[in-house]
Write a protein that binds this ligand. Structure first.
Ligand code: NCD
Ligand code: ZN
Length: 346
């Protein structure tokens, strides 16, 4: 196969930031994607309907002339979130999901949840109205090894939460383990899971063996090779529960390349060529459209996009900038570490 035409993809987990960084990274996504589920972990976070509406306006204002892109908004769940505000935001079509960050789990998660009992009222309301909860699935307990945090979260937090909230639609965000793949498969259509581009490429050796590579550091951190293989199998399985959420998370290089560097891989620019490469390797090109454009939309009850995106395989490797110029300096584009011959057609 040397070319493929897909429905225009959706990125069901994206960090767009704000201000100058938003202006720099938004075109990187809008060039290929019709829609994205926009994460609310700004500083301060996007907690209320009013804040989500204002953020959506800023995203729309930052979109370059002639580009079409629909931001799907999320609310950041806090222990003081008002169920009525969430319900009103959902009813008006303003928000597509609510995001749960365990406090301290990742970048800008300080306002997240410590005591899960305190958000039960919101979760019950969401189950009633069918509004999905997107979950950053890692425990933050310092006793738990960072490579085990996702698996422990499933047992200690996610499964109990789902049992006490029947009917709640949940997305396990950016899964990184075979345990998460298995858990997603054990549940019915109320449970989905997003998989990032970089977790299909990286295992923990890529971050740590021989040298430390800060641009491969993200949360949840990449795991052992057997987990990466499980993710590749899941993403290319054709199962509707698995869909793309890139978790493209721009940080200025100066904040990544330092003694205490922050977490996030920036993959918006080259996600589609890399995914075509992976799906071809897995002999699953016929399943790429489902993963990037059908399964996520179906989970969120959205119509699939009408516009199309074509990719072709060429003799020369695809080229993309090593860095883009962001707000507070450059942002390094994810380097898969091998040449990619799939190009997005203009
Ligand atoms: C994300 C960020 O930078 O906002 N970082 C990351 O490593 N993925 C937050 C997140 O999704 O965990
Ligand atoms: Zn994220």
């Amino acid at each position: 196969m040397t070319s493929i035409t897909l429905r225009r993809p959706d990125d069901m987990h994206l960090h767009l930031r704000d201000g100058a960084m938003l202006a720099a990274v938004l075109p990187e996504t809008a060039r290929h994607f019709a829609r994205a589920l926009v994460m609310p972990n700004l500083v301060p976070p996007v907690v209320t309907a009013r804040e989500a509406a204002a953020y959506r306006d800023r995203i729309r204002a930052a979109l370059p002339e002639g580009m079409a892109f629909d931001p799907l908004m999320t609310l950041y769940l806090t222990e003081t979130t008002d169920p009525a505000d969430v319900a009103a935001a959902a009813a008006s079509g303003l928000v597509t999901a609510v995001k749960l960050y365990p406090a301290g789990a990742t970048t800008n998660s300080q306002s997240g949840v410590r005591d899960f009992a305190r958000v039960q009222g919101v979760l019950d309301r969401m189950a009633e109205i069918g509004l999905p909860l997107c979950v950053h699935g890692e425990v933050t307990d310092p006793d738990i090894d960072i490579f085990d945090r996702e698996a422990v979260f499933i047992d200690r937090v996610l499964d109990p939460l789902r049992r006490r909230t029947p009917g709640l639609r949940v997305v396990m965000e950016h899964i990184t383990t075979r345990d998460a793949v298995d858990y997603a498969r054990s549940a019915g259509p109320d449970l989905g899971a997003t998989i990032t581009t970089h977790h299909l490429i990286l295992n923990r050796n890529h971050i740590l063996a021989g040298a430390i590579r800060p641009h491969y550091y993200c949360l949840p951190v990449a795991k052992r090779e057997r987990h990466r293989l499980a993710l590749r199998e899941a993403a290319t399985s054709g199962e509707a529960r698995f869909f793309l959420g890139t978790d493209s998370a721009p940080h200025p290089d100066a904040r990544k390349e330092q003694a205490c560097g922050c977490a996030g891989c920036f993959t918006a620019t080259n996600t589609m060529p890399i995914l075509a490469h992976v799906f071809e390797e897995m002999c699953a090109m016929d399943r790429l459209e489902g993963f990037v454009a059908l399964h996520g939309a179906a989970f969120y009850g959205l119509a699939a996009n009408q516009a199309r995106l074509s990719l072709s395989k060429r003799a020369t490797a695809a080229a993309w900038p090593e860095k883009i110029l962001g707000g507070a300096g450059s942002v390094t584009v994810f380097n898969p570490g091998f040449p990619v011959y799939w190009h997005v057609d203009d």
